[in-house]
Design a protein around this ligand. Structure first.
Ligand code: KG4
Ligand code: ZN
Length: 351
């Protein structure tokens, strides 16, 4: 089955053409127009600008992917969750192409897309060799969610953030440090040579009896610490109270990264202790964080659980994962009539 997939829920206009079988997903063509350069100066994604950029980029990206390719059988599109300004562009294009080409549409939940990302360009991983039940932690600039996967297609959202997402916390603190968007990769690079114990940042809600997260307090704590310990020359902070030595920007980043990783790890394994999954999955933009991958993998192995995460290239938003998620639905003919297709920015993944 050939699937043309469209993803535009945040700041990437992405289109992919896939050949899907039960054994394998092959990416025939893919193209992503990233908006990072446009949003950089604002320190985060500006929804109105994102919408305009998607509208400008989407047809050239579709044309490039479809160049000289045969007709496909299905169109897959992200209908939610995400920014309404971006979702609308993808959904409207999917509707128009469905009508024009008389090809059915599969409406895909963005988180379900991320859940399928580990199978992309990875000969080691297919849905068949991910042992269920699994717990999937989706961490990105817009999402921090834990989903229980009992069977493929049967999902239960177990917990999520009550305020900022994990990636958003990296991005907002990076902005306070004067680092460019997206801040996650910059903070994790600086953290490589820092001391994770230099500053004790809080681990919000880590011991609370809930599977939910909250990162707003950690962000505020970073802001107050920076206010109280001004940045000096050579990227060192003056920490008057607790440390006789000066703390470097690397120490700050390492301490912050460790706090985020600790919260994500402890919550995931709290869920794992209760639900006893066979597999732990880590997906979404923040899954590109090497230390987070290594920490979760180690804990999973200690608990005799399989650990699954995508190739870093497919951690970020991409259309191929949307196509991969659409395949099983298309086989069951779970199509949405183009007249009924709608963007739903608050679509929670469930059953
Ligand atoms: O999934 P994604 O491409 O888009 C959203 O749906 O948000 O994720 C982007 C997010 C950004 O917040 C970025 O800072 C974060 O992923 N990120 C990282 C790393 N690489 C990307 N966060 C921490 N460490 C990284 N290495
Ligand atoms: Zn995403």
């Amino acid at each position: 089955m050939k699937i043309l997939a469209i993803e535009s829920s945040c700041d990437d206009t992405s289109v992919a053409l896939l050949e899907a079988t039960d054994e394998k997903i092959t990416i025939l063509a893919e193209k992503t127009a990233s908006q990072i350069e446009v949003h950089k100066k604002y320190g985060g994604v500006v929804p109105e600008i994102a919408g305009r950029e998607h509208a400008e980029n989407i047809m050239p990206v579709v044309e490039e992917v479809m160049e000289k390719k045969e007709k496909h059988d299905v169109i897959a599109v992200t209908s939610g969750p995400g920014l309404i300004t971006g979702l609308i562009v993808g959904v409207e294009v999917a509707k128009a192409l469905s009508y024009l080409w008389d090809v059915p549409v599969v409406s895909v939940n963005h988180i379900e897309g991320h859940i399928h990302s580990p199978v992309l360009n990875n000969s080691q991983v297919s849905l068949k060799n991910i042992t269920l039940p699994a717990i999937c932690l989706t961490v990105s600039g817009g999402h921090t969610e834990i989903v229980h996967i009992k069977k493929w297609g049967e999902y239960k959202r177990i917990g999520g953030t009550r305020d900022d997402a994990a990636g958003e916390t990296f991005d907002k603190v990076a902005k306070m440090l004067g680092l460019e968007y997206p801040g996650g990769p910059k903070i994790s690079k600086l953290a490589l040579t820092g001391n994770t114990k230099a500053i004790h940042f809080p681990r919000p809600m880590v011991n609370k009896d809930t599977y939910d997260f909250s990162f707003a307090g950690l962000k505020t704590s970073a802001l107050y610490w920076l206010r109280d310990n001004k940045l000096k020359k050579k990227n060192t902070f003056l920490s008057q109270i607790f440390f006789p030595k000066r703390i470097t920007i690397n120490d700050f980043c390492a301490s912050l990264e460790q706090a985020i990783i600790d919260v994500l790890t402890e919550k995931t394994f709290k869920v794992a202790e209760d639900l006893k999954p066979k597999t732990i999955m880590l997906v979404g933009g923040v899954s590109a964080n090497k230390k987070l991958r290594e920490t979760l993998q180690k804990r999973a192995e200690e608990n005799s659980m399989q650990f699954i995460t995508p190739n870093i290239q497919y951690s970020m938003d991409n259309a191929a994962m949307i196509g991969a998620a659409a395949y099983a639905k298309a086989k069951k003919k779970e199509f949405t009539k183009w007249e009924e297709l709608e963007a739903n920015p608050n679509w929670h993944i469930t059953g």
